[in-house]
Design a protein around this ligand. Structure first.
Ligand code: SF4
Length: 114
């Protein structure tokens, strides 16, 4: 089973009812739905906090210290498809920063549940 990490928008997670951090990302990962083409094991879940400067370093540290290294980082749908968007960073730019830090591909979005 593929090992993955997920990163989500903490600003949304902490204020949105039924947010992906509570269940949607994890459901999609468990069932192999949405952006997951198979059932996966979530070995790290990182919450971005404004202004997002610690996100890539913290994911990098999780990847470095974990005995179970993820093969990819999935950016939560709330972060990848935010409307209105993040006031600090474009999701694509954040994905590039995470890849530069970890060497891992970043998949944009996790689920399409409503
Ligand atoms: S920096 Fe952007 S993506 Fe990160 S928590 Fe704040 S609003 Fe969300």
């Amino acid at each position: 089973m593929k090992n993955v990490a997920i990163v989500g928008c903490g600003s949304y997670m902490e204020s949105g009812y039924g947010c992906p951090g509570e269940w949607r990302c994890l459901k999609a990962a468990s069932l192999g739905e949405g952006s997951f083409d198979q059932e996966v094991k979530v070995v790290a879940f990182h919450t971005c906090h404004c202004p997002g400067r610690n996100t890539a370093p913290n994911i990098g540290m999780a990847v470095k210290l974990s005995d179970i290294k993820p093969e990819a980082v999935y950016m939560s749908s709330c972060m990848a498809n935010a409307k209105p968007g993040c006031p600090y960073t474009k999701a694509e730019d954040m994905a590039d920063i995470i890849t530069a830090k970890t060497g891992l591909p970043v998949i944009m979005g996790t689920h399409d549940y409503h």
